[in-house]
Design a protein around this ligand. Structure first.
Ligand SMILES: NC(=O)c1ccc[n+]([C@@H]2O[C@H](COP(=O)([O-])OP(=O)(O)OC[C@H]3O[C@@H](n4cnc5c(N)ncnc54)[C@H](O)[C@@H]3O)[C@@H](O)[C@H]2O)c1
Length: 333
């Protein structure tokens, strides 16, 4: 196969971001845009040059080697199962599913198709600033990690919260709140750099009344290494200030990833720190598709297998459990 024909299933908000990122890939062509909303399918078809349609069956008839599943969480399992059983390669948006059981069932279906790539598109795996920080830490720039913090505050935008009854506000469709949803993009870098999380303790709150899941999370994550990191996520009710996305503190210094994409090393040589590189969160989506393309066309192993994403799902669920039990909760039990 010299090129990859991709169908986008779900032509909503994130599909627009993926469509833009896909313009940077060399060998992937969007051939089908699937949505139950004709208007959205047509709009994305216009943007990508693909053909609008309303089902996976139609996309297969148009001609696809792979499908990207970009739909609300409660639909992930059914649509990804349909796509995998159709024998195409599949990229599925995070979270794999709202429960570990559903995730395991999806992985079991994927395992029945070992010659097909199944990717969980956690774009934070390819976040340029995170990769710069990871490299510096691996090279010993700040010594051994003592602690870390992640901070993600964001507001209601019409793009992702288009109406009062948006699926993200409904527990039955979203499967949870901000910990399970957008929190995964901040949890993944912590795991990439600090390893696996053993247990968590957290407090959650519903500062957005219309959202059934939590909209504020303040949690501590204890990693298997013993290091403890803080993990904060807030879907704010008002304007938010720029805060560093991440801060890693080591025995010799600190690394801060700013909200403006700057990676600054504090190693004692300059009290203002030294800018070691800059990046752009949006480029992480290009990383997703370059990795998927190489996995399908060149048999290159994915940077992270789909199973790895269970760590974010389980940590999010453990945090919400802890908020109820008021105790540390194990992530993997
Ligand atoms: N990686 C990221 O940064 C990121 C950001 C936002 C959303 N997401 C994820 O992307 C997924 C979609 O989120 P969104 O914000 O784009 O939602 P959205 O509501 O904007 O879009 C979902 C689309 O799916 C369509 N749809 C529903 N049922 C369908 C079906 N049976 N077949 C085809 N299309 C169907 C809807 O009509 C809608 O257009 C979720 O898993 C979400 O967590 C990821």
């Amino acid at each position: 196969m010299s090129g990859l024909r991709l169908g986008l299933v779900g032509c909503g908000a994130i599909a627009q971001w993926h469509a833009r990122a896909l313009q940077s890939t060399k060998r992937t062509t969007v051939t089908a845009c699937v949505d139950v909303s004709t208007e959205r399918a047509d709009h994305l078809a216009e943007l990508t040059g693909g053909t609008a349609c309303s089902s996976i069956t139609e996309a297969l008839a148009i001609g696809v080697d792979a499908l990207a599943i970009l739909v609300p969480h409660h639909l992930h399992q059914d649509l990804v199962t349909e796509a995998l059983r159709a024998g195409v390669h599949v990229a599925l948006e995070k979270p794999m599913a709202p429960s570990p059981q559903a995730c395991e069932q999806i992985l079991a279906v994927a395992a029945q198709h070992p010659d097909r790539v199944f990717m969980l598109t956690e774009n934070a795996q390819y976040w340029p600033e995170v990769l710069i920080a990871q490299g510096l830490i691996r090279d010993g720039a700040i010594g051994d990690i003592i602690t870390a913090r992640s901070w993600h505050n964001f507001g209601i935008t019409p793009e992702f919260y288009p109406s009062q009854d948006s699926w993200r506000f409904q527990a039955a469709q979203a499967g949870g709140g901000v910990a399970l949803d957008t929190g995964s993009h901040w949890m993944r870098p912590l795991r990439m750099i600090l390893g696996e999380i053993d247990e968590v303790v957290g407090v959650t709150s519903r500062i957005q009344e219309k959202m059934e899941g939590e909209s504020l999370v303040r949690a501590l994550c204890k990693f298997q290494s013993g290091v403890v990191a803080s993990f904060d996520v807030m879907l704010a009710t008002g304007a938010v200030a720029l805060q560093p996305h991440f801060q890693f503190t080591g025995t010799k210094g600190e690394i801060v990833i700013s909200a403006l994409g700057e990676v600054r090393l504090f190693d004692g040589s300059d009290w203002q720190g030294t800018v070691m590189g800059t990046g752009n969160y949006m480029d992480s989506y290009i990383g997703v598709w370059n990795d998927f393309e190489a996995a399908v066309l060149d048999n290159k192993p994915l940077e992270a297998d789909a199973q790895y994403s269970l760590g974010e799902v389980r940590a999010a669920l453990a945090i919400t459990r802890s908020a109820q039990t008021h105790q540390w909760e194990k992530v993997w039990s």
